[in-house]
Design a protein around this ligand. Sequence first.
Ligand code: NDP
Ligand code: 2IT
Length: 452
Amino acid sequence: MTTRSETQTTLDHLLTEIEHRNPAQPEFHQAAHEVLETLAPVIASRPEYAEPGFIERLVEPERQVIFRVPWQDDQGRVHVNRGFRVEFNSALGPYKGGLRFHPSVNLGVIKFLGFEQIFKNALTGLGIGGGKGGSDFDPHGRSDAEVMRFCQSFMTELYRHIGEHTDVPAGDIGVGGREIGYLFGQYRRITNRWEAGVLTGKGAGWGGSLIRPEATGYGNVLFAAAMLRERGEDLEGQTAVVSGSGNVAIYTIEKLTALGANAVTCSDSSGYVVDEKGIDLDLLKQIKEVERGRVDAYAERRGASARFVAGGSVWDVPADLALPSATQNELDEKDAETLIRNGVKAVSEGANMPATLEAVHLLQKAGVAFGPGKAANAGGVAVSALEMAQNHARTSWTSQRVEEELASIMTSIHTTCHDTAERYGAPGDYVTGANIAGFERVADAMLAQGVI
Ligand code: NDP
Ligand code: 2IT
């Protein structure tokens, strides 16, 4: 039996090798680091996990597809973007994970997201493997017709790699209901199949699940509430800062408000809004979901309670809770220090890897309850898996049923992370709990299925 410290040394060597073999992929290195720095106790406890080559298989995607996406804008000019799909691990089920359309997308970003997705999906307890995809296409300022032509071109290549039993994409940054509609239409046209389960996040009238749009945000608030309950508190009367103003942020604010908290901020890449009275969701939804506008328009139309701060950090706003819901590395060490100074009690990640490694360490050291994204934001992919189940049975569930299932999955993820952390000598450390619990489920399936 190897000791924990010998195991950690092996893992540290492996991390160096990962950096060498995957140059210029800092986000992937960071995600691998965050997981591997917590696994020593579990790997040291089972010789099979420590077998040479085992962790090496876990950090190497099963398949990576990169393709050209040419499309024409409304003026007839040709643009060439790059498309990606990283099929990381299918030991537990078909690859499952979103598509991101954002100019910052590159292979390293998609690999970090795919790697996170393996453990997140395992934590849901459902039969889904891990994958992620997207493009460096920027949908901001593009007409519906341009977005449609882009989606059609993207799917004209992607269709051959996906399928309800193979790989099931969904939305992420820049990909919502509109894009899933165009992507589904082109898949159906090319394949001549009504294969509802090939994509999730579809419209409720044509195979989508009720509560899928709300699921990530609602789930994150339920996770934050569970962490607070552990400390003898609840959401009632707590002030919350939320970043982002897209799908995850909007439904995070909605659930916080419904459970009695006061969500006072939202943001986008132009800056942030503080609204002392609490964010007015009807106005935010009108600006973001209908008009596809910017958050400064919210402050302009809301009146005296709200102000817009161009640039700056939303984490400067004092609050009991912080729910980062925009993008990776949006909350750094300095932001963590500010949050701690302002007495934050819990930070729960709606986005994927929004807190840097240094920020996570600081928050945990200060005794702040920290919910890592792979646990806290798993409600979205969990309801995607419920959408697949409904598609398979050719049925649709009521919103009440989906919401009850979501609540029970989030409670179970919280309990699993909490209890696993305790079992491995790290009480209250949800990062360790999530990583080990997700790892155990995937690793056992990989071991049972042989060296492939
Ligand atoms: P949306 O595209 O709906 O919204 C993204 C929001 O984040 C926008 O307000 C956007 O502002 C802001 N944002 C994005 N990139 C940046 C950036 N580089 N700098 C500053 N602001 C930025 O995406 P989602 O709400 O779906 O996703 C948000 C996060 O949640 C992502 O990390 C995603 O991976 C994660 N997530 C999403 C799930 C889902 O079901 N959708 C499930 C689990 C996690 P702007 O418009 O100015 O770019
Ligand atoms: O990061 C994520 O979990 C998502 N973007 C949702 C993935 C999904 O397949 O619903």
